[in-house]
Design a protein around this ligand. Structure first.
Ligand SMILES: Nc1nc2c(ncn2[C@@H]2O[C@H](COP(=O)(O)OP(=O)(O)OP(=O)(O)O)[C@@H](O)[C@H]2O)c(=O)[nH]1
Ligand SMILES: [Mg+2]
Length: 265
């Protein structure tokens, strides 16, 4: 049995005790093998032809790991050796280009939220030529992904939390939370990522995240991004891919609901 299979087995055994809701509600059958998850996502078809791809917006505090998340997904699907191209150092806030790999979904990586916005943050108005006054279902974002670093949850600035909540409240679309930097929050997990689902520290951080931002715990996914690694790691990829599969399902369900609502008008 591979290390990942063992870890997923622990997931079903231990998390059914630690997190009954996660175990039950995340009951979508997700393979533990990264190659099977990649294949599933590559073959995934959006429920309606009106929507060419499911769109996800990554938002969160500066340095949370948004670009790194985007990088893992890009690299996993391009099947390349890990190349650190977009994530730079801490507090490197800037808007990364939204790269599209040929997949039924696209990620939009935006500038990190700060207590005081330094630059580039103005509301787009109808005078802007890029402004779409009546966005179609295909123009919209279908899932909001909050990216929060596990090691900073307790010390996040109140103003940043307030901004995150406003965005969440106004978005009115499905929402997921990717809790990054699990290695910085738990030494045991840092030493062996397969221990992630047995870590009480990680469980505490997820609960803290849920309480702070009002996101149900079954929508929170602990992940680790590449940071010091020089080679691909199956467990890192598996965690991210399973978070991604849940996000894809959620966005697709939203599109299905919205499309049928439009039809009934
Ligand atoms: N140890 C560890 N470091 C991480 C993880 N995710 C990201 N980092 C590091 O954190 C730093 C910031 O990551 P980014 O991906 O650039 O964060 P960001 O949210 O895009 O930052 P801004 O665009 O500046 O808002 C980089 O040095 C990353 O390598 C993680 O899971 N674990
Ligand atoms: Mg970034």
């Amino acid at each position: 049995m591979s290390e990942i299979s063992k870890a997923i087995n622990c997931f079903t055994r231990k998390w059914s005790v630690l997190f009954p809701s996660v175990y039950i509600l995340c009951g979508i059958s997700v393979s533990d093998r990264p190659d099977e998850m990649v294949k599933f996502l590559e073959d995934f078809k959006v429920c309606t032809q009106e929507v060419t791809e499911l769109r996800f917006l990554l938002h969160g505090p500066v340095g949370a790991g948004k670009s790194s998340t985007f990088n893992i997904i890009k690299n996993v699907f391009e099947g390349r050796q890990f190349v650190k191209c977009l994530a730079s150092s801490e507090n490197s806030s800037g808007t990364s280009p939204s790269l599209h790999v040929k997949l039924p979904f696209a990620f939009y990586d935006v500038m990190g939220l700060e207590k005081e916005q330094r630059r580039g943050c103005t509301l787009m108005t109808s005078s802007n030529k890029c402004y779409v006054s009546k966005p179609s279902l295909n123009d919209q974002i279908h899932c909001l992904v909050s990216v929060i670093p596990a090691d900073k949850i307790g010390i996040m600035d109140g103003e940043v939390i307030r901004k995150l909540k406003i965005i969440r409240d106004q978005a009115r679309i499905p929402q997921k939370l990717f809790m990054t930097k699990v290695d910085k929050a738990c030494i045991r997990t840092k030493k062996d990522l397969t221990m992630i689902y047995q870590s009480k520290k990680i469980k505490e951080k997820m609960t803290e995240c849920s309480d702070l931002l009002g996101i149900p715990i079954n929508c929170i996914f602990p992940v680790k991004n590449y940071h010091e690694e020089t080679e691909m790691n199956e467990m890192i990829n598996s965690l991210m891919l399973s978070a991604l599969i849940h996000t894809v399902h959620s966005a697709n369900d939203y599109v299905k609901r919205s499309a049928s609502r439009l039809l009934s008008f």
